[in-house]
Design a protein around this ligand. Structure first.
Ligand code: TXA
Ligand code: MG
Length: 316
């Protein structure tokens, strides 16, 4: 099993040796390696069982470090970075030759993100290289928001999990690119669309696709528990099925079921995002035949939560 600890120097030492370390961020835990070392990066794909066509996000400590690996950032991207970094926002920019092709799956763009977590920021500032890090879960499964989630699934494959506590935001970063200068959202996430549009104007939101290899985060089935998840009205489902065999994921607590997790009693979307992945993992351990999930209001962070629920419900 992996050691779980708060020793930034130990994380640094292992990463410098080309090993993998799980790192905390404000969104979800990442499975990190030296982004400039193709052998270390290859290990990420191996451990996650991730297809090589799915590019990784490169984590940096500030805009200046980002610009070491990308052609000058588009003006709109710069503006977003100034406003929202460190934070749950990933920017796509033309990469330069320092970034190995394995990281970007051969694309000419690189995904850059400055995470808002004090331990990981300190780690990044102490390293001579940026960190490639996907979410620290087996490919296609629910992302981890606590060290124990990482331990459960990847603990046997890595040596160290840097313990930064539970992730604040709880849902992955928003990914934005600038295709022909048009702001394009590749993944809804922890920084909501309206906040981004207030800075760069109307953005195109890429919808999900079953096969688009450019952005597997857009794969129709992703973030999925093992127990079948269905979207719908829990009250109606509970009337139609044996309630003892149904797990309910509800936004608020306006009804009750024997196996139920409420995302936010106060009806807060921020709290719901924070609780979402832990809730899915807990439901996945219950003695039930399927999970009925209620969609949340489709505003602000709710859009990203509903996106994750739809993908969790999609047939693989
Ligand atoms: O919040 C996050 O972004 C977390 C934490 C650890 O930083 N990371 C994360 O990584 O969610 P991952 O690998 O699970 O998801 C990264 C997504 C993938 O869907 C990938 O396809 C997309 O980013 N991506 C990476 N580079 C890309 C590129 N050049 N163009 C389009 N999509 C890209
Ligand atoms: Mg992921």
């Amino acid at each position: 099993m992996a050691e779980i600890g708060k020793d930034i120097n130990k994380a640094k030492f292992l990463l410098e040796r080309g090993e993998l370390v799980a790192i905390p961020t404000e969104t979800v835990y990442g499975l990190a390696a030296n982004a400039l070392n193709p052998l270390a990066v290859a290990r990420i794909f191996e451990v996650k069982k991730r297809p090589y066509f799915d590019p990784l996000i490169v984590h940096i400590s500030d805009i200046a470090q980002a610009e070491l690996y990308a052609a000058p950032l588009p003006e709109a991207a710069r503006e977003l970075a100034k406003k929202f970094w460190p934070g749950p926002l990933t920017l796509l920019a033309k990469k330069n030759e320092r970034i190995p092709d394995l990281v970007t799956a051969g694309l000419d763009t690189v995904a850059l993100r400055c995470p808002n977590h004090s331990m990981t920021l300190r780690l990044l500032k102490n390293l001579e290289f940026p960190l490639a890090a996907p979410s620290a879960n087996p490919f296609g499964y629910v992302s981890p928001t606590m060290p124990a989630h990482v331990q459960e699934q990847l603990g046997k494959d890595i040596d160290y999990i840097l313990d930064g506590g539970p992730c604040d935001v709880g849902i992955e970063s928003t990914i934005i690119g600038f295709d022909n200068a048009v702001p394009t959202i590749f993944r809804l996430g922890g920084l909501s669309l309206d906040v981004i549009e207030a800075v760069v104007g109307t953005a195109v939101v890429k919808n999900f696709s079953t096969s688009n290899p450019l952005a597997p985060g857009q794969l129709k089935s992703h973030y999925a528990p093992r127990i079948k998840l269905i979207l719908g009205d829990p009250a109606e489902m509970l009337r139609m099925h044996d309630a003892a065999l149904v797990g309910v994921l509800s936004f608020t607590d306006d009804f009750h079921a024997p196996h139920q997790i409420v995302l936010s009693r106060s009806g807060s979307l921020v709290e719901a995002a924070h609780n979402l992945f832990t809730a899915l993992r807990e439901l996945d351990k219950m003695p039930i035949d399927y999970i009925i999930a209620q969609q949340v209001p489709d505003t602000g962070l709710g859009k990203a939560i509903n996106d994750r629920l739809q993908r969790a419900a999609a047939e693989g």
